[in-house]
Design a protein around this ligand. Structure first.
Ligand code: SIN
Ligand code: CO
Length: 389
């Protein structure tokens, strides 16, 4: 993105009454969230050019970005993954392609602000902001997703067709998930600032009517199977079971190929010692939900202030979480980017404020232990001094 764009277009946060079309978050969650689509005209009036086409294509060339190029050629879908070389984009045709970049909120601090109006939904559900550019005819084809998404129209116009079909058969030979028998039931043309909310499993197809950009605020889906496997992985690291298999009373075997019944019983009682409780589930959840994606790296400051200098500056200027940071809490435990932290009672309030608002205002009183913890997080690149960039 050009620096000019960054400095000229600071995002104005919309009041929630336009974001949800006059509906309260409570009414939206009750009537639409995970239930049915909602089209909001002018959800974010004036929204559009926070990042332009060149800016997005430049992000797709960065090796810290997760990016894709989807093309349609002679009725065939093609998919390639970034990082791309700018010359690859110069060779693209006039139409029928799309470039998509994940995690734009972590790459462009201004774009992170677009997530704030959605904070009536817990951060533990939030995934990231994906931005796509497509010339006329471009899109990723008819498909369904397993997660909730708010599709916000940036520049240009896009036609969205959606349907409730149960037939989820996919085109076998396609390199991305394309519905074989898409049956649209509703069609809307979105203009800059319009927004379409889609719950999981809704079939949809977005086709660019002009050069167009779509900003997708996506939420995480947590399949039970995946969670169970992750939990078992977590337990593996915390498990301590004493003892070794013993058979001092072993008798001569007439069927040495057979697994002896006492052996099976002894193994069963060993495995019965695997136990977990609510404490393990909480610790797992906090770490798992706050763990950044594997491609996320933090940038520690080159010359961090001393703890005393930090305390002075933090009190004067406040603090802001880095857009990559995931800070969550449950009961009196905090989870910072995958790490569990026990926090004393008098630090609960400021740290909850930091987790909920992603910032601490100037003038906040801090004792030494709290300042030391925050200083550690600053040195790791998890937060920065001041009100954010
Ligand atoms: C997009 O093309 O920007 C949105 C992709 C989607 O439908 O998930
Ligand atoms: Co989709």
């Amino acid at each position: 993105m050009t620096a000019r764009k960054q400095s000229q277009h600071r995002l104005q946060l919309p009041p929630l009454n336009t974001l949800l079309g006059g509906m309260t978050p409570k009414a939206f969650l009750r009537n639409y969230w995970q239930k049915k689509p909602l089209l909001v005209r002018q959800a974010i009036p004036g929204f559009g050019d926070l990042i332009d086409k060149e800016g997005l294509l430049a992000l797709a060339c960065r090796d810290d970005a997760e990016s894709r190029l989807v093309r349609q050629r002679n009725g065939q879908w093609q998919l390639s993954h970034g990082p791309f070389n700018p010359s690859q984009f110069r060779r693209l045709p006039q139409r029928d392609w799309s470039v998509l970049v994940q995690g734009v909120n972590m790459l462009v601090p201004e774009a992170d602000l677009l997530l704030r109006p959605f904070d009536f939904i817990p951060y533990a559900r939030l995934d990231d902001l994906m931005v796509s550019f497509a010339p006329t005819g471009g899109g990723v084809g008819p498909h369904f997703d397993s997660y909730d998404v708010f599709l916000i129209q940036g520049i240009g116009r896009r036609r969205w067709e959606i349907g409730t079909q149960q037939d989820k058969t996919l085109v076998e030979e396609a390199p991305l998930r394309i519905l074989k028998h898409f049956q649209p039931e509703e069609t809307w043309d979105l203009e800059p600032g319009d927004m379409l909310y889609l719950p999981p499993q809704y079939a949809h197809n977005g086709v660019a009517l002009t050069d167009c950009m779509t900003w997708s605020v996506g939420f995480r889906a947590y399949p039970a199977q995946e969670m169970a496997m992750e939990f078992l992985n977590f337990l593996q690291d915390t498990l301590h079971i004493d003892g070794v298999y013993e058979d001092p009373d072993l008798k001569p075997s007439r069927h040495p190929g057979k697994i002896p019944a006492p052996m099976a019983r002894q193994f069963k009682s060993m495995l019965d010692k695997i136990r977990w409780g609510r404490r393990d589930v909480d610790a797992f959840l906090g770490s798992y939900l706050s763990e950044p994606k594997p491609n996320v790296y933090f940038d520690p400051p080159a010359r961090p202030p001393s703890p005393a200098g930090f305390l002075k500056s933090a009190t004067r200027r406040g603090l802001t979480l880095d857009p990559r940071t995931r800070l969550l809490y449950r009961k009196d435990m905090f989870y910072m980017n995958g790490e569990e932290i026990e926090v004393s009672a008098n630090h609960q309030t400021p740290l909850r404020l930091l987790a909920d608002t992603r910032a601490l205002p100037p003038g906040l009183e801090m004792d030494e232990p709290l300042a030391l913890l925050l200083h550690q997080w600053l040195c790791a690149g998890y937060l920065a001094l001041g009100p954010g960039r």
